[in-house]
Design a protein around this ligand. Sequence first.
Ligand SMILES: [Zn+2]
Length: 205
Amino acid sequence: MAEKIDSVTATVGLAAAGRDFYRRGWVLGTSGNFSAVLDLDPLRVLITRSGADKGALTEEDFLTVDSTGAVVEGTGRPSAETALHLAIVKATGAGSVMHTHSVSSTVLSQKQGKAKSIAITGYEMLKGLSGVQSHTHRESLPILENSQDYHALAGEVEKLLLRERGSHGFLLRAHGLYTWGVDAGEARRHAEILEFLVEVTRWQS
Ligand SMILES: [Zn+2]
């Protein structure tokens, strides 16, 4: 996490990403969700409420949850996938998490059969991922089986990310992409880079 940010700044950054991702077709029909860490001790995470239109997020579409996912500020239900955001924050120390339901991430993860990951290498755009210096980098994008039991899935996510320390994101099969960063700016860049890489990989496969 870069530095402590206030909820207004976080709301502006996440809403801007939502508008852009919606325009690109990555979060249609209220799909996807976005979060940002406001405080670490105790943990406070700003996250989109369930059912919000990601192309037109307002202040009312964001809630603050604690480390258990309980709402401590705002009204409405937090995203159904809040447990996954919290698992990523706890395992990676991320300051922001972004989740998309793009056509490419859905199709590519499904086309891989039962494969547990996709290796992506050789693309200049890999250098947009934090810490990557060359197109020769080999990015392993893990794939987890989709589930509606988000509590159990959150446990799998936490185990996966503690094991795969260098990961920048992962796919949920036939569902979408999760990525993160030290702040909303980096998480958004990682979403753009990984969506690009997933799309070119889909074309090649
Ligand atoms: Zn989702």
